[in-house]
Design a protein around this ligand. Structure first.
Ligand SMILES: Cc1cc2nc3c(=O)[nH]c(=O)nc-3n(C[C@H](O)[C@H](O)[C@H](O)COP(=O)(O)OP(=O)(O)OC[C@H]3O[C@@H](n4cnc5c(N)ncnc54)[C@H](O)[C@@H]3O)c2cc1C
Length: 248
């Protein structure tokens, strides 16, 4: 039996830090042993304390594989967290970061797989979906695609301007946002948690044979996947990734 290659830890260098919103930053990490990832894959980040204590967390790649030599990792700061506050509050440009990846062979999509594509993300769950959209754009793909993005409020949006630009340029890409706590003034779109009725409205224009990728807090992912199956989608067309324990 052929064993998958063992991924080695490597030392990357932080070359850029982008503030996405008050709680979310993107770290661009240059990698000496860069390998093209599949959109949807993640890296493990390992921190080592002066006393030798080590801890690691997973972060999805936000960038497209067409961008060589570096990856973008977008991290939401979790209050009381062990790793994400360190990345936010301590890491600066030029620092080294120990990483291992790319990892994951299930929650992945590239243009060769085709569509139509229904992406559903909650909070930072939108990160691997962004890698898929950036790859789709880099390949100049016209695969009909809709992203349903659930967010607490306008201040929590990640990649908002780039999503809007991708949708303007793409023609066959549409971004649908639902605000679950606070909507901007004059907002005429959805203002509730994702439910079966919303999913049906969003996926209906995509027609038959949809592929769906769902990512975010565990409760959101389970609710969306169950609703998609109940709507008649085959479970083998639905791929899920759970980021954390909360159901926000
Ligand atoms: C495959 C995969 C990909 C991931 N990709 C990303 C990514 O692209 N961006 C990103 O920001 N995170 C991502 N995560 C989550 C990330 O790995 C960490 O779990 C997260 O950053 C919290 O780590 P921490 O050390 O700061 O908090 P911890 O010390 O692990 O947890 C502190 C407290 O926060 C709670 N908590 C843990 N995770 C979350 C969460 N996601 N939401 C709310 N509460 C939480 C814990 O239950 C605990 O009570 C991913 C997780 C997986 C499994």
């Amino acid at each position: 039996m052929i064993q998958p290659p063992v991924l080695e830890w490597q030392i990357g260098v932080v070359t850029r830090i982008t503030t996405e919103n008050a709680r979310t930053k993107t770290f661009t990490v240059a990698l000496p042993k860069w390998i093209a990832h599949e959109p949807g894959q993640h890296y493990d980040v390992r921190l080592t304390a002066p006393d030798g204590y080590k801890t690691e967390r997973s972060y999805s790649v936000a960038s497209e594989p067409e961008r060589r030599g570096e990856v973008d990792l977008t991290v939401e700061r979790i209050v009381d967290g062990e790793v994400s506050p360190y990345l936010h509050d301590v890491l600066v440009i030029g620092d080294q970061l120990e990483v291992r990846g790319p990892i994951g062979g299930y929650f992945v999509w590239d243009v060769a797989l085709g569509g139509p594509l229904l992406l559903v993300g909650g909070g930072s769950g939108v990160v691997p979906l962004m890698a898929m959209l950036r790859h789709r754009a880099a390949q100049e793909s016209a695969i009909p695609t809709r992203l349903l993005y659930s967010c607490h409020g306008p201040d929590d949006l990640i990649y908002h301007d780039e999503f809007a630009a991708l949708a303007r340029a793409g023609g066959t890409l549409e971004i649908v946002i639902t605000f679950t706590r606070q909507a901007p003034e004059g907002w005429s779109g959805y203002r509730r948690r994702i439910d079966a009725a919303m999913l049906n409205e969003v996926k209906e224009p995509l027609g038959e044979g949809i592929r769906s990728y769902v990512c975010g807090p565990t409760l959101l992912v389970e609710a969306v996947a169950n609703a998609l199956v109940a709507s008649g989608m085959s479970p083998d067309r639905i791929r899920t990734e759970r980021f954390g324990p909360t159901g926000s």
